[in-house]
Design a protein around this ligand. Structure first.
Ligand code: SF4
Ligand code: FES
Length: 395
């Protein structure tokens, strides 16, 4: 099989973050500041990415603005011809912090919103005053002439405000909006029964998106991501394992997706011991679920196998204990009843939110006690939630 170069690099330059979102996509085991790759290594990764044919680099985290060398990294990306996107919470974005990034050649910012009402945004971000700062950040970005994407993260408590979110995006002058339901991997598994919307709520959000798409066609692009628990077939996670994207963790682990450290069937490659090209082309991890040759039935003979690539490997592992299983979201999976049971459980879920705190997380035992969904994987690998819940969806 001839391998195409990856399209994009997700550079997770730090796990440090001032927010405490209960649906955080980062691993349970966060990399401490002292464990982050130094500037020189990130500059080398950017050079290697360009040489490999990568076109886009997404600076993410945690909060990438927590790193003082961000402008240096953006400048190198610009020199290498990579299109840079800053994925940020915006709470540290001021004219003063933005200016060096603009000077370094940053063309695009993706700004996340937990909600558009002050109290609700405070509650979901675990950060007082977050909405006000994000609105100011959006204005600074557009005033600086950068492209801005507003990303609204949807869960049951803000579904009704989607039409107003779209209006806010228009008022802020964005050309692209993401209405993205929480994906239930990683930390969000702990809060799944509290966050999952009902089918009726989902249908109302879908209708609002379709209406807005029709009303603003030609001047606004709305990307829409549903919680795949309600789908008949899974999403093509990462556009297929090892097909389009490379993630590099703050500690230099090179991964097909940012949850792939949960996969134990192959060693995790690290940029300090192999090049990006070697890892992309030859590593056991990237080749583990590439293409369709690894699939068992029902995926192996399914007509959709090159559409969704069997779904999400990390979701399959977290919910079935087997990363090579058909994604249980699929209606053809023998494990689909696990998804249906989660939906039924969520219908009555009203537990308190468990926040994600950098450097101050609740104890693992407290988290495990909250997460019935993790029991199977704990039993399987003996390492507890560290393995079962370290899965997906960026802020
Ligand atoms: Fe996708 Fe496999 Fe389900 Fe077919 S059987 S739709 S390939 S997950
Ligand atoms: Fe890892 Fe989907 S394949 S998050």
């Amino acid at each position: 099989m001839t391998l195409s170069p990856p399209l994009g690099l997700l550079a997770e330059i730090t796990h440090r973050c001032p927010l405490q979102c209960p649906y955080c996509s980062n691993p349970l085991e966060l990399v401490a500041r002292s464990g982050e790759l130094p500037t020189e290594t990130w500059l080398d990764i950017i050079d290697q990415a360009a040489a490999l044919g990568i076109l886009q680099i997404h600076f993410s985290g945690g909060e990438p603005m927590a790193r003082s060398d961000l402008a240096q990294l953006i400048a190198r990306a610009d020199q290498c011809g990579l299109y840079a996107n800053l994925i940020t919470s915006g709470v540290q974005l001021t004219p003063e912090t933005l200016a060096p990034l603009v000077a370094a050649g940053l063309p695009h910012v993706q700004l996340s919103f937990q909600d558009i009402e002050t109290a609700a945004a405070d509650t979901m971000s675990g950060y007082r005053g977050s909405l006000e700062k994000k609105l100011a950040a959006a204005r600074h970005v557009t005033a600086a002439g950068l492209s801005l994407t507003a990303n609204f993260v949807i869960q049951r408590e803000n579904c009704a405000r989607v039409p107003e979110m779209i209006q806010l995006g228009l008022a802020l002058g964005v050309h692209r909006i993401e209405i993205a339901h929480v994906q239930y991997h990683g930390w969000s598994m702990v809060n799944r029964s509290r966050l999952l919307p009902s089918r009726e709520q989902l249908d109302a959000v879908t209708a609002a998106v379709e209406q807005a798409r029709a009303a603003h066609a030609g001047r606004l692009v709305i990307d829409y991501v549903i919680p795949d628990y309600y789908a008949d077939y899974p999403k093509a996670c990462m556009a297929g394992w090892g097909r389009r994207f490379i993630n590099v963790s703050p500690a230099g682990n090179v991964l097909p997706c940012h949850a792939a450290e949960t996969i134990t069937a192959a060693p995790i490659p690290n940029i300090t011991t192999a090049s990006l090209a070697e890892i992309w082309n030859e590593s056991a991890l990237f080749n583990l679920y590439r293409g369709t040759g690894w699939m068992a039935e029902p995926c192996r003979s399914c007509e959709r196998r090159e559409l969704d690539w069997g779904g999400c490997r990390c979701q399959a592992l977290a919910l079935t204990g087997d990363a090579a299983a058909t994604d249980p979201v699929c209606s053809r999976s023998v494990d689909r009843p696990k998804i249906d049971a989660a939906l039924a459980e969520a219908a009555s879920g009203d537990a308190d939110l468990v926040y994600r705190r950098y450097g101050g997380a609740p104890s693992l035992s407290a988290v495990i006690a909250r997460s019935g969904a993790t029991k199977q994987s704990r039993a399987r690998d003996g390492s507890g939630l560290l393995r079962s819940a370290r899965n997906d969806d960026k802020k």
